[in-house]
Design a protein around this ligand. Structure first.
Ligand code: FAD
Length: 382
């Protein structure tokens, strides 16, 4: 735990992948950085993340890319249940070696934690924040205090309410993601599947020899699915998803995550930056959340690097961060929300309309490239 009145240049609340990657990017620049994490150690979170090449490059430069356990995604198959049309986005089509990579949240956590070593204070939950013109002061669970010239909230949204002027807008999709490993009777060959259903999207991501499943359902349905034995679970998944990925033959332990869209009204406050899920948390349908959060981290680290001796919490630097991140984050939120709504809300786009859209995507390379760019990079490639 951090000692009383510890003084650092940058204090980051949250050692999730965004906070930890940011700290790993800042640490070599000579600024003192401290990461305060409420948990007593890595979470071992079971979720699988699909990350873009740009996210991989960034994590590699932070020394936070796992040496093993990474699976390239070479194709994404997109379809809808109960309607026509499907499209296949391939890496070859896009002139890329891979559309992205799957990696375990827990792996990222471990490698970044090892990289940061003593810069992380485990079990240091931020309980109070006091912002002054020259310093941000944090009170931690127990009696510790940390003072920093720049405070970064990368805590998934736990502490923004402690800061005057910050507020969240929320949209509850009324959905829960059921996740877990699933084995099929044929090799995936790097293909990911995204299947839209009126009850929510289902995704299968290739991981090693198996898939990672993300099955969205209403909270009641999710509770029922979680309680099924493996045989019943596999039979229901097969009926819901169909046989395009083969026959499902084994499943591992399942977890669940409630799904909401939540955005903060501004990503800066006095001596404070809000990054990652603390700034924008979204539905996992398009695999945007961490990719955007890592770009938050890269954006802030880049600004700090431009003026290595300057005040890291200076108002002008914070305003540059806010302006620099506004468009990218806003687009990611809007694209994700559009996908969720278009495929669930029959009034927004009827089944035949979605079929035409998927067919058009399949036969029109520029349209497919548009979707691919947003799914892979979160934005058009320049
Ligand atoms: C099922 C699912 C699948 C997903 N798939 C993808 C995907 O394929 N691709 C993608 O890009 N994104 C995906 N996401 C989104 C991705 O997981 C998040 O965007 C990412 O985890 C955000 O990282 P973060 O570091 O901002 O926050 P978090 O991962 O939420 O970490 C926040 C950290 O802050 C700590 N904390 C909280 N309160 C305090 C406090 N008071 N004091 C100190 N520490 C505190 C927490 O313990 C935690 O460690 C998915 C999400 C879900 C739920």
């Amino acid at each position: 735990m951090a000692g009383p009145a510890d003084r650092v240049d940058v204090a980051i609340v949250g050692a999730g992948p965004v906070g930890a990657a940011l700290a790993a990017l800042i640490a070599p620049t000579g600024r003192s950085v401290r990461v305060l994490e409420a948990r007593g150690g890595p979470s071992g979170d079971a979720r699988t993340l699909a990350l873009s090449q740009a996210s991989r490059d960034l994590l590699e430069s932070a020394g936070g890319w796992p040496a093993s356990g990474v699976t390239p995604i070479t194709e994404i198959h997109v379809s809808q249940k109960g309607g026509p049309g499907r499209t296949l986005i391939t890496a070859a089509d896009q002139g890329l070696a891979a559309l992205g990579y799957t990696v375990a949240y827990a792996e990222l956590e471990e490698i970044l934690a090892a990289r940061l070593a003593a810069r992380i204070s485990w079990g240091a939950a931020c309980e109070a924040i006091d912002l002054e013109a020259g310093i941000a002061r944090l009170r931690l669970a127990g009696s510790g205090t940390v003072e920093a010239r720049l405070l970064v909230l990368a805590d998934g949204g736990a502490n923004a309410r402690r800061i005057p002027g910050l507020a969240y807008s929320e949209k509850d999709y009324g959905q829960v993601a059921v996740t877990g490993p699933v084995h099929a009777d044929r090799p995936h060959r790097g293909r990911a599947y995204e299947r839209f259903t009126s009850r929510g999207p289902v995704a299968l991501l290739p991981v090693g020899e198996r898939f990672a499943l993300v099955w969205t359902a209403t909270p009641a349905e999710a509770a029922r699915i979680l309680a099924l034995d493996d045989a019943a679970f596999l039979a229901e998944l097969q009926a819901h998803f169909g046989d395009r990925a083969g026959r499902f033959i084994a499943a591992g332990s399942r977890a669940s995550f409630p799904l909401k869209l939540r955005s903060v009204n501004t990503t800066i406050a006095l001596r404070t930056v809000i990054a990652g899920n603390a700034a924008q948390a979204m539905h996992p349908i398009a695999g945007q959340g961490l990719n955007i959060g890592l770009r938050d981290a890269a954006g802030l680290a880049g600004l700090l690097e431009e003026d290595p001796k300057g005040d890291p919490g200076a108002a002008a630097l914070l305003e540059s961060y806010r302006l620099g991140r506004r468009r990218d984050a806003g687009r990611g939120v809007a694209f994700t929300d559009f996908l969720v709504g278009a495929f669930m809300d029959g009034r927004r786009l009827p089944t035949w309309g979605r079929g035409i859209a998927l067919t058009a995507l399949d036969i029109l390379p520029p349209a497919r490239r548009w979707l691919a760019d947003r799914m892979i990079h979160g934005a058009p490639r320049s």
